[in-house]
Design a protein around this ligand. Sequence first.
Ligand code: VG1
Ligand code: CO
Length: 546
Amino acid sequence: MSKETNIHTVNCTAFQDQKPGTAGLRKKVAVIRQRHYLETYVQSVFNTLKLPAGSALVIGGDGRFFNPEAIQTIIQIAAANAIGKLIIGKDGLLSTPAASNLIRQQGAAGGFILTASHNPGGPDGDFGIKYNIANGGQAPESMTDAFFAASKVIHQYQLVELAPVDISKTGLQRVAGIEILIVDSVTDYTRLLQELFDFDCMANAMKKGLSLQFDALHGITGPYATDIFCRLLGAPNSSVLNAIPLPDFGGGHPDPTPVDVPDLYQLALSSKSPDLLAASDGDGDRNMILLPGQMVSPGDSLAILLANAKSIPGYRDGISGVARSMPTSAAVDRVAQHLNIPCFETPTGWRYFCNLLDSGDIGLCGEESFGTGSSHVREKDGLWAVLFWLNLIATSGLSGNQILANHWRQFGRDYYQRYDYFIPDSSQADALFNELKLNAELPLVELKERQLKSIDNFTYTDPIDGSVSSNQGVRLQFVDESRIIYRLSGTGTSGATLRVYLQQLETNTTQHTNNPGDVLKPLGMLAARYARIEHYTGLTRATAII
Ligand code: VG1
Ligand code: CO
């Protein structure tokens, strides 16, 4: 039977809610499992992309509930849409940075990454799908807008009905006219990191007693962390916690923050703290770095990586430029200025870094939400960041705390926190935000608490392709260099989350405290009053402070 005769056309009604957010399409599992739902979205992607026949695609996910079923569906639709080759992580598993690497290494046209990142999993949790392009980065906004437009008018999709493809063994197979290559999820990624970092130096330091505790939170990083820290660097198996990926992440919230990983945070605060502690999120692209007694804020981490990059083999020649998402603290700006390299400010979402990474304008970038990365892939990379810190501690002979203190002494310190307000009724969040946007267009008012320098609603013009992204967050800049930023989250699957980012610069190094909460409280109260959060939502305090 020819391949064509196996293709079935299925009629369907378009869904109207398949709009990708900050990082792909994210929905409750119950929504994704509706009849035709995933199929129509994947077909809409193919209808938009019009990939040449025979193209290769990568598929993998963070192992959450529905990952295996979704992969079989994508195989069937890809087979009907003239895809020539699928490269799939064994058992359907790939961390987000490993998938990005695989797309690049294999010269694939792109790939589907199945994850809802830090969102909870399981049958009642969330699922997500995002499409990455040939450079390994997420589809740009113009493309995801086109996916959405296509999904609203689709009325049929094609598939080849197949028995489930065995994705549990590595190797090449030919099914329905396409090649399916199942690859080990870890090998290529580990090899990439070995090219960047000094594994001998780190292994030696660990032999001499440098201790590490990593928590994979039952997300995708367990197998990667075990390979890197235990097999290659000689750490004991007990140094990787919750190493087995589970479909529901063991019932937890796989978000590497002190709020969601309280045990690790408490260990860092205790007298038994290892030298370095870290955690990653469900899909392995975020990192939390903890040192004895404190967390390293994401903005400080990015600044320190830039300031010390030359001591890491992969970055020995220096960094051409750096970028941070707009809400990320300005700590890295001062390092860039010191190094006399450009510093770009982009909207929230890793995809906005990719043009700058491709053009070579930047070599390092980071977000406030515990995400850092470099030009080695086109996604943020949790384990990469942990290795960067480990390598830095090992080569410098300093403790993490000494590195941090030296940095603040030289560059000043940005106290930084994010207040999240979860608002079940999203119309309340919209009303609140509309007022903020309006304020941003009016003349500056006087606030009794501190003197405003400017208010605006951030618009970004991509320096490479000229595309414009507006409405990316309202920011209040104060004369004393402190800052309040408001954004609505784009990754939730119910209600709305208002994110309020607070930042305050301290240049007097004798006044440092390990409790940013005390320093930032007045700014947090001003932020709540200014946005009339209680008036619009009834909330008198943040749902979470991170
Ligand atoms: C959040 C973070 C943002 C990040 C996005 C995807 O988005 O704040 O910085 O890029 O998640 O991260 P939002 O819109 O909810 O604030 V992840 O680890 O999905 O890949
Ligand atoms: Co993630």
